[in-house]
Design a protein around this ligand. Sequence first.
Ligand code: SF4
Ligand code: SF4
Length: 317
Amino acid sequence: MNLLKNPMTRRDFLKFCLRSAAIYGGGAMMSADFAEAFMKIAHKEVPVIWLSGQGCTGDSMSLIYCDSPSLVPFLSTFVDLKFHPTLSVAQGGLATEIIETQRKKGGFVLCFEGAIPAGMPEACTIGDRPLTDVLPGMIEAAAAVIACGSCASYGGIPAANPETGAVSLARFMEIKGLKKPLVRLPGCPLNGHRLTGAVAYFVAYGKLPPLDDEGRPKLYYGQVNHDNCQRFRYFAENRYVMDYSRDKRNCLFKMGCRGPVTFADCPLRRWNRETSWCVAANTPCIGCAHPKWPWPKATGIYTDPSKIEDAVKFSDI
Ligand code: SF4
Ligand code: SF4
């Protein structure tokens, strides 16, 4: 890797490697294998294709605001991004040509954002073809598939009132009988660190990071937010926020916090250069990374769990 010509400095590179090695169980000392693998990434041996379905592009926006590494170093140093619907200059015929060329070559990591309008194919097209026609070939040709964000992971908001028959990537693959290693990275939006980390792991080890039963990396989704929340001691003491204007310290459970049932590392990973996360900003975790996000009407988003009808137990939502 020619770091002198690269926007990522040697210091940045080592920082990223050390952080990633530590994250993936390598301890403080980066192993030679791990370093070598990252050099491979630096030589851009891993093409990435990003495709979008029904979504708000929030996951792409979140990635743009990612740091350590931030987007430009990540793209220019670690990843050979072949196509992204928002970031790529290529449009129209050139874009579809790039996508088709990569499909024929295969071996890329397919990052997919948004849900898939399985019941209304014309709702989402790439070039003049429905996404539902293009996607199976891309999934078959990919080395691995990453569902970026809650819509791709579980259907998210487009599937809440699915007039388009919106489904998640996993469900779409099931319908089409497609089998491919799949990582789910839920969050509305996805925290960019989870994506850069998952891609880096795949390149470094040639396999997906350790996943839970839902296909989520255990590193990022191994514990519920509640377990690492800085307000947990107030929960244990039954001290709850009942009025936002008067209380910015106690537990937000009575304001509908879904931290106890949402597997994610938001209190640890945080957002905006690790500055803050929802509870630290005195708003409950609304469970945007939970498989049932955005929640059935019966439970609402900010409902006090004790006021949820008996038929819909908080533990079941
Ligand atoms: S604010 Fe939410 S995540 Fe934090 S302790 Fe209370 S219920 Fe748990
Ligand atoms: S704390 Fe909850 S609502 Fe906030 S980003 Fe994390 S999972 Fe989503």
